[in-house]
Design a protein around this ligand. Structure first.
Ligand code: KG4
Ligand code: ZN
Length: 349
């Protein structure tokens, strides 16, 4: 296939300066970014819908899709303007095609396919979780596969061996809720707004670990799995029982106790995996990796740990453009214009 600038895909792959426009719309953030060579972020515009979904206590998929359609064009235009480039300067278009909310994903996928078609430039399909992982490449230029990675987001909690940029093996994962999901549910029980993670973190700062909460698989050395439903239920029961008795609960202590248990099991499993696999470092990715307590815990327990910059931990398009760059460089072909949204895409696909 020959693209508009007269390049073949091989020539594009070997181009010294590759400018990618990334698009992300898998949940409640509409984002577009211009990234040069996978690491140099020229712009990263994020239009968040948090205020819209807050009053419902979580993301309402239909409302998310509608707002993506309203925000998409201005966000892309702003990303191009901030990067001081035009569509002519872009070498390839990258978009999150899964996992996520199908209607939300479709807005980004359709928009980006239309751009690639109109501009006759390659379309790169990016797995959202591989995007979260790629946020680390932006900050740590020395980071190259293979390495051990802990993915902790609102939808995933897994220990993964990143063998190559697009070749991932899951060695442990949650058997029920994701860690971020547990943060959000516990926040709701404590009357904190959506998304709960940052609110739990803030509240926990003024609390102490006073409640003994379950830490699933803590003593199970056989695997690196996680389970958050028992921890979540224990917090819900603790709060409800206190309410039934008419006892005043110390919400800060509940938040601190929950956070310590939620992060503790992540660090325990990661420590086992690092030891068993002889890994020299652990890389953390996903929305929960912005949590300061998690960062401090991991810094204390591991010799070498990599996190994405805080502003690239939650959903953004810079990480999508970065992932697309490394995917293209490692030999993957562009996606066909028949690309569809894959709401249940696995993190290794
Ligand atoms: O990675 P992400 O932006 O979306 C998914 O791909 O799922 O993660 C969002 C999740 C939410 O559950 C949110 O509560 C959690 O990340 N989160 C946090 C923090 N910031 C975001 N959890 C704990 N502490 C935080 N500071
Ligand atoms: Zn995400």
């Amino acid at each position: 296939m020959i693209f508009k600038q007269g390049y073949s895909i091989e020539e594009l792959r070997n181009k010294k300066t590759l400018i990618i426009l990334g698009v992300e719309s898998s949940c409640d953030e509409t984002s577009a970014a211009v990234v040069v060579n996978g690491i140099d972020v020229k712009s990263n515009v994020i239009a968040t819908q948090i205020e819209i979904h807050k009053r419902f206590g979580g993301v309402v998929p239909e409302i998310a899709s509608r707002n993506h359609t309203l925000a998409m064009r201005p966000v892309v235009e702003e990303a191009l303007a901030q990067a001081n480039v035009t569509l002519d300067d872009i070498d390839a278009y990258a978009v999150t095609y899964g996992a996520g909310l199908v209607g939300a994903l479709l807005v980004g996928v359709s928009f980006t396919k239309a751009l690639a078609y109109a501009e006759q430039k390659p379309l790169i399909a990016v797995n959202h979780i591989q995007g979260h992982i790629a946020a680390n490449y932006i900050a740590h230029n020395d980071l190259t596969p293979p390495y051990l990675c802990l993915v902790v987001s609102g939808g995933h909690t897994a220990l993964v061996i990143v063998k190559d940029y697009t070749d991932l093996e899951i060695i442990g994962e949650t058997t029920d809720d994701a860690c971020g999901e547990a943060f959000d549910k516990v926040a709701r029980v404590l009357g904190l707004p959506y998304p709960g993670g940052p609110h739990i973190e803030r509240l926990a700062k003024s609390g102490r670990v006073t409640i003994d909460l379950p830490r699933a698989f803590k003593n199970d050395k056989a695997h690196y799995n996680f389970s958050y439903s028992g921890l979540k239920t224990a917090v819900i029961n603790y709060v409800h029982n206190a309410e039934m008795r008419g006892d005043e609960i110390n919400k800060a202590n509940v938040a601190a106790s929950f956070q310590a248990a939620a992060v503790g099991v992540l660090a325990d499993a990661a420590e086992r995996a690092v030891k068993d696999r002889g890994a020299d470092k652990i890389v953390v990715a996903g929305g929960v990796s912005s949590n300061t307590y998690l960062r401090e815990t991991f810094e204390k327990r591991f010799k070498k740990v990599y996190f994405p910059p805080v502003k690239l931990c939650t959903d953004n398009a810079a990480m999508i453009a970065a992932a697309a760059y490394f995917k293209l460089k490692s030999g993957a072909d562009p996606a066909p214009l028949t690309l569809n949204a894959e709401p249940a895409l696995k993190l290794y696909q």
